[in-house]
Design a protein around this ligand. Structure first.
Ligand code: AVI
Length: 319
């Protein structure tokens, strides 16, 4: 999508979300340059176990993971949806290069900043690697297949799937599955169900990075869409429901107020303590991972977990 269309889509989604009976803002808009930088801080904080656990899996089980996703293919496309800074994937890339194998790495991310930074670091750290970044949304892959007749290993790491609800997640996996041949594999990173307080702390950190991450979305709306959100009048409220395994974030208005957007005549009214839903981060158990895959027409071939069983990278093929 062109820059102009992206901005129009952002505007439409914000207006629709703030007009809804239960207000919402899509979490995919967290990731402007500032949001990317805050997310880097989140990934480094002690409470956010997800990144460290998946890093442990890819670092310590790289050979087994490579075997599971690429078999004996020498040349293959390694696609990554939502590549971010690619830190964890570099474990696999380094090992592949050391083994003398020749993957063509295709990181796909909605964030131009993330892709540019990743490209620069790859050129420096892995100068022999062939790669090409693509700025796209995950869901674009449904309308526009991932392409190529070469063997494909597709990565969807970091519990990014957790930011989708069950129906969206199953649709995305099914859509990816339709583009997969019998030799292709898809590896998805799932955050596992665990002690609810541990999950909650990952989204309710004492340093306030997750709060800043959420509030930055209002700052972005102010800057890009000419709104007048007063950030002092919203608080970040994370909750975790151990019944559904869903962590949710809200921005809650602390008072009665009206917010305006350039070109929109009617303001958006907030009652005191009215909430905007901003994000879900779904946690899964092993049965749910298998059931989600099955609903998408996929079956698990391998499953890799960290020592604490906090995180699982599941490898799927077409059922
Ligand atoms: C990108 N995604 C998997 C993160 C998560 O855990 O849901 C985003 C995040 N939101 C708050 N902290 C981190």
């Amino acid at each position: 999508m062109a820059e102009y269309d992206l901005l129009e889509q952002f505007r439409t989604d914000v207006i629709e979300g703030l007009r809804a009976k239960q207000k919402r803002l899509p979490s995919r808009y967290f990731y402007d340059a500032e949001g990317d930088a805050i997310f880097q801080r989140i990934m480094r904080m002690p409470e956010y176990y997800l990144t460290r656990c998946e890093d442990e899996i890819l670092g310590q089980q790289a050979d087994a993971v490579i075997d599971a996703i690429a078999g004996d293919a020498h040349e293959f496309d390694l696609l990554e949806l939502g590549a971010g800074d690619g830190t964890k994937t570099k474990h696999l890339l380094r090992r592949l290069i050391a083994l003398g194998r020749a993957p063509f790495y295709r990181p796909i991310d909605i964030s131009r900043n993330a892709l540019d930074a990743l490209g620069a670091s790859l050129r420096q750290e892995l100068p022999t690697l062939r790669f090409r970044g693509e700025q796209r949304e995950y869901f674009d892959v449904l309308g526009e297949p991932l392409g190529g007749d070469r063997t494909k290993a597709i990565l969807f790491l970091g519990s990014n799937i957790g930011n989708l609800d069950w129906v969206e997640a199953a649709e995305l996996l099914a859509g990816i599955g339709r583009t997969m041949g019998p030799r292709d594999r898809l590896m998805v990173g799932f955050d596992r169900r665990k002690d609810p307080m541990l999950v909650l702390r990952a989204y309710d950190d004492p340093a306030g990075h997750t709060r800043d991450f959420n509030l930055n979305l209002l700052r972005r709306i102010n800057r890009e869409l000419g709104a007048d959100f007063d950030l002092e009048r919203f608080v970040h409220v994370p909750v975790y429901d151990p019944f559904t395994g869903c962590a949710s974030s809200y921005l809650v208005s602390t008072c009665l107020q009206e917010v305006h957007l350039d070109g929109v005549e009617q303001g958006f009214r907030f009652r005191a303590w009215e909430a905007i839903h901003t994000e879900i981060s779904q946690k899964y158990d092993q049965e749910e991972i298998a059931a989600l895959g099955a609903q998408a027409g996929l079956r698990i071939t391998h499953s890799f977990s960290d020592r604490k069983d906090y995180f699982t990278d599941a490898v799927f093929m077409r059922a």
